[in-house]
Design a binder for this molecule. Structure first.
Ligand code: B1M
Length: 210
């Protein structure tokens, strides 16, 4: 539809002025915030990634689109939080984007949804050193650790975190996600599971912590 297309184009063009008013319009029309993300905004930023990968877009364009995406999510976040369904604290999940990787848009979406479902989320941010993941997870008594990685070059850190946990005797399930990762990869490195999107991350967390 028309608004969907305009949301898509605003991300594609990195239009930081247009994006928030368009999101507002969608909300005013009663559109579901997760639906706007999943149907229009995420496919648009993925297309930006494709164009960048093909050498059609350059880094400045990638950055503008990412900024537009961040603005859109900042506006949608409180709306998504209104849909909180879980009351009781199911458990503590520590989240991080792995060492060397600064992509955090997806992780931040995962964080909000987990909170909505009643998990206590301790978000360590992005480019988090493996040792810090262990330290913090221990400190807060994590029931599960969720790692995000967007690049083939940073995915190996996930395996290192799992190895570090084993070496240091920290017994805690780890789930992984992020565009570059797959179920097969998760299995291969000994992760408890893989989330294709934020909804799957929640389903996985519920299963692991039940
Ligand atoms: Co970068 N980037 N980027 N980038 N970027 C990718 C990942 C890339 C695939 C683009 C491309 O070339 N086609 C490519 C990696 C190639 C590779 O794998 N080797 C790439 C590159 C190369 C780079 C730089 C190196 C570019 C440069 O500087 N030359 C640089 C890296 C810097 C670094 O990290 N050290 C860089 C920088 C950036 C920006 C800063 C401009 C920006 C990030 C802004 C930010 O996050 N704060 C950016 C962006 C936006 C992208 C793309 C276009 C989009 C990523 C995104 O936000 N997607 C990306 C292309 C792509 O992914 N197709 C690309 C939307 C988001 C909602 O999806 O994060 O996958 P995603 O999360 C999903 C699911 O995966 C899942 O749920 C989310 C919601 O559905 N999920 C989980 C995520 N984490 C999960 C954890 C879970 C479970 C599910 O459990 C714990």
């Amino acid at each position: 539809d028309e608004l969907g297309r305009r949301l898509h184009d605003a991300i594609l063009e990195g239009d930081r002025e247009a994006i928030v008013p368009l999101v507002e319009q969608g909300l005013a029309e009663g559109r579901d915030p997760m639906d706007m993300l999943n149907r229009h905004l995420i496919p648009a930023i993925e297309e930006v990634g494709r164009l960048f990968g093909e050498g059609i877009y350059f880094l400045p364009q990638l950055m503008l689109s990412a900024q537009a995406m961040k603005k859109a999510f900042a506006r949608l976040k409180p709306e998504i939080q209104k849909a909180k369904v879980g009351q009781t604290e199911i458990g503590t999940v520590v989240l991080a984007t792995v060492q060397g990787d600064i992509h955090d848009i997806g992780k931040n979406i995962v964080a909000v949804l987990l909170e909505n479902y009643g998990f206590r989320v301790v978000d360590l941010g992005r480019d988090v050193k493996n040792e810090v993941v262990l330290e913090e997870a221990r400190k807060v008594g994590a029931d599960m650790v969720g790692l995000s990685a967007l690049m083939t070059t940073t995915m190996p850190q996930m395996k290192r975190v799992i190895e570090l946990f084993a070496r240091e005797g920290f017994d805690c399930p780890v789930i992984v996600g992020g565009a570059a990762t797959t179920k097969a990869f998760a299995e291969q490195i000994g992760a408890r599971g893989h989330g294709r999107d934020a909804q799957e991350a929640v389903a996985l967390a519920l299963e692991v912590l039940k």
